[in-house]
Design a protein. Sequence first.
Length: 86
Amino acid sequence: RLYEVFFAGCIPVLLSDEIGLPFDDFLDWTTFSIKWPMAEVSAALVQHLEDLLTNQRPLVERMHANVVKHRCWFDYNSDDPSCSPY
């Protein structure tokens, strides 16, 4: 599902505590995704996301720019040399 999230232009909200993220040796996921503990999924998550949009708009804009920058890592047809571990 990450592929769809990236190409929809969305910031991923990761709710899996044990997820192994692709390319984590090359990408700093904290710069373009939000990780939230599964045990704490509640209205607090919605509040946190609303707070980001309302009070931390520059952070959200930077995260979105990083989504756009890094989504080529998930495009198997990308010929961008900065989007490959090789």
